[in-house]
Design a protein around this ligand. Structure first.
Ligand code: FMN
Length: 344
């Protein structure tokens, strides 16, 4: 495949802040977004995030070193305070600070002290939020850029509204760069986000299916086969996270058996039934673990995180090809729009 993007430049305040070429950030998906993916995205001119939620400081340190061995370009690490036991979170953040990771991306509740600690250490702070209130709180606490997540996003979903309305609402109120997250897997999506005032896009599902992602082939294949409407928004996959933390997954036998009872599940009240194994660790039905390269067991019953954007992903390619395709499509979209003006 020709990786020449024929690209117009989309450099802006976000690419200047992050030191990347293209305003495309790969989401720090816990599990799939290991060093191979983050390095490939950064090397291709996007901005790669390592998904390190609840990982040990040792693994985080070795994954950071692996990114640095593969690319000299900047990258970041994603951590989630609300989903991590406080002493582990403190150790995770310490290792990122000690190894001078260029950027940290946090998600879920806005925790001002975490932003302050990270900024004081000299790292860039990105914060993914799902509402105008949280976007304002993140900016006021010192975040350098705010990622706004719409309800169509895959994985854990903080957003309660569609990105087409939430994004412009947030853009109107913030001074820092705003990044659109959820439902974006094409260059048309990139142009739409930029047109609505975003400075870039943050994509998970489209990078989940790439060769470099650490997701299991079964998960990648299911995402590639999915059509619009095949995802389910639910809090059924609750074990390991605080209560009331909805996710978007591909429908599977677990969501089918719930027969419409998709909400109101408490992590402590769900049974512990082992359905798979990940490096010696048991994986329970209803847990938030998704199948990785190293997972064995009944993968179909696991949380097959996927956004509505899975309908837009049908081929497994490299991360560089995803970025090149999105840029090519973005240019085509711009030409199409410019042609309307010439015709009238
Ligand atoms: C498999 C998967 C795992 C995810 N894990 C995380 C995570 O650990 N931390 C995080 O901040 N967001 C996580 N997300 C959500 C993404 O940050 C982002 O909001 C979402 O992927 C955007 O929607 P899209 O999937 O349509 O691109 C995950 C998403 C997916 C698909």
């Amino acid at each position: 495949m020709n990786l020449d993007t024929d690209a117009g430049s989309y450099r802006n305040e976000l690419t200047r802040l992050l030191g990347c070429q293209h305003p495309i950030i790969s989401a720090g998906m816990g599990g799939p977004a290991r060093s191979e993916l983050a390095a490939a995205v950064s090397e291709a001119g996007g901005f790669g995030l390592l998904g390190m939620v609840r990982e040990t400081p040792e693994l985080i340190e070795s994954e950071i070193a692996a990114v640095r061995a593969a690319t000299q370009r900047p990258f970041g690490v994603n951590l989630i305070p609300a989903a991590t036991e406080p002493s582990l979170f403190a150790a995770e953040l310490s290792v990122c600070i000690a190894t001078r990771v260029p950027a940290l991306c946090f998600f879920w509740d806005v925790v001002p002290e975490v932003i302050k600690q990270t900024k004081d250490a000299g790292a860039i702070v990105l914060y993914q939020v799902g509402s105008l209130e949280d976007a304002i709180a993140a900016e006021q606490a010192g975040a350098d850029a705010v990622i706004v997540q719409g309800i169509e996003a895959g994985g854990h979903v903080r957003g309660r509204a569609g990105i087409l309305t939430l994004l412009p609402e947030v853009v109107r109120h913030l001074r820092v760069p705003v990044v659109a997250s959820g439902g974006i897997a094409t260059g048309g999506g990139l142009i739409a986000a930029l047109a609505m005032g975003a400075s870039g896009v943050h994509c998970g599902t489209v990078f989940l299916t790439t060769h470099e992602s650490f997701a299991h082939d079964y998960h990648k294949q299911r995402v590639c086969e999915a059509r619009a409407g095949d995802t389910v928004y639910t809090d059924l996959f609750a074990i390991n996270w605080p209560p009331n933390s909805p996710v978007r997954v591909l429908a599977n036998s677990v969501t089918d058996e719930a027969r419409g009872q998709l909400f109101g599940h408490h992590p402590d009240q769900l049974p512990r039934e082992v359905i798979a194994n990940e490096g010696g660790r048991p994986i329970y039905r209803f847990s938030t673990d998704s199948p990785l390269r190293s997972t064995v067991g009944d993968l179909e019953k696991m949380a097959l995180f996927a956004g509505e954007s899975s309908a837009l992903v049908s081929a497994r390619t490299s991360a560089a090809e995803v970025i090149a395709r999105m840029l090519r499509e973005a240019n085509e979209a711009q030409r199409r729009i410019a042609a309307y003006g010439r015709r009238s």
